[in-house]
Write a protein that binds this ligand. Structure first.
Ligand code: SAM
Length: 263
């Protein structure tokens, strides 16, 4: 997959391409990355990429012409044009599903904003999708684009080996992942669950599925609302909700103010 990132700070990406799974994807030819300097598409002596906002107000806005030229230039190099994603806090929030959708594209072009953001006409005329990485504001789109690219690249077929299959990751089947343990067997008095030492792979798999479900129930019950549960999962959740109900009843009955003689 061709991935181009349009930025006024291309050097920020040098380290990104050179480490871990991203590096492996690049070295294996599965990703052809490119950090494109927007300044190279300016036509003035000072290579200006921003200007004051119409209507006044503080901050600067990224000028449309250099950005449009940069996008066109990259699209010309990509055979299929490239799906163009603007990083912006106003966009759809990144999720595992969004990342999987982007991983199916032939080519991706990420635009990193700076200052107050980019001129709206770039969004109207050149952007296919607006993407946010969360409800907070960064100083620029570079880190946001790295987050999105990392999530996308690991989902490109062939990037992860079997041992690191993305299918087991949190969110891929609507659940959080179970806990992991490695040696030593006992750490600071805390022992690895016995089942993981049993060698019974089916029982281990059942335990992992159960822990996944319980983690999700305890931490992110919202994820379970729209997920189809099979019979076994329904039974596990039923047992857990009964247990939770008993604990809550017990706690309510033993609250200090519910004991006789106490206020
Ligand atoms: N004035 C903008 C606003 O209030 O929505 C924020 C601009 S921000 C200082 C500069 C650039 O950082 C944005 O154009 C965008 O590219 C990037 N950025 C900041 N926060 C982001 C987020 N949560 N997700 C994606 N990109 C973000």
């Amino acid at each position: 997959m061709h991935i181009a990132v349009l930025t006024i700070f291309p050097a920020m990406f040098d380290l990104f391409w050179e480490h871990g799974i991203v590096r492996r994807a690049v070295a294996g030819g599965l990703v052809q990355p490119q950090a494109v300097d927007i300044r190279a598409f300016t036509r003035d002596r000072h290579q200006v990429t921003d200007d004051r906002p119409y209507g006044g107000g503080c901050g600067m806005v990224m000028k449309p012409e250099p950005l449009a030229r940069a996008i066109e230039s990259v699209r010309d190099q990509f055979n299929d044009g490239g799906f163009t994603v603007l990083m912006t806090p106003r966009g759809d929030q990144l999720s595992q599903q969004t990342a999987a959708g982007l991983a199916r594209q032939q080519g991706l072009i990420f635009i990193c904003g700076r200052y107050e953001g980019v001129d709206a006409r770039i969004v109207h005329r050149h952007v296919d999708y607006e993407l946010s990485i969360g409800d907070y504001v960064l100083s620029g789109g570079e880190l946001a684009a790295m987050v999105a690219m990392d999530a996308v690249i690991r989902l490109i077929p062939g990037v992860l080996g079997g041992a690191q299959s993305a299918q087991r990751d949190s969110f891929s089947d609507g659940l959080l992942e179970h806990e992991h343990y490695t040696r030593p067997r006992v750490f600071e008095g805390d022992a690895v669950p016995e089942i993981l030492l049993s060698g019974d792979h089916q029982a281990i798999e059942r335990w992992r599925r159960k822990m996944s479900l319980i983690e999700t129930l305890m931490r992110r019950p919202d994820l379970l609302e729209n997920r189809a549960l099979d019979e076994r999962e329904t039974e596990i959740l039923r047992q857990w909700s009964q247990m939770l109900e008993r604990v809550l009843k017990h706690q309510a009955a033993h609250r200090p103010d519910s004991l006789p003689g106490r206020q």
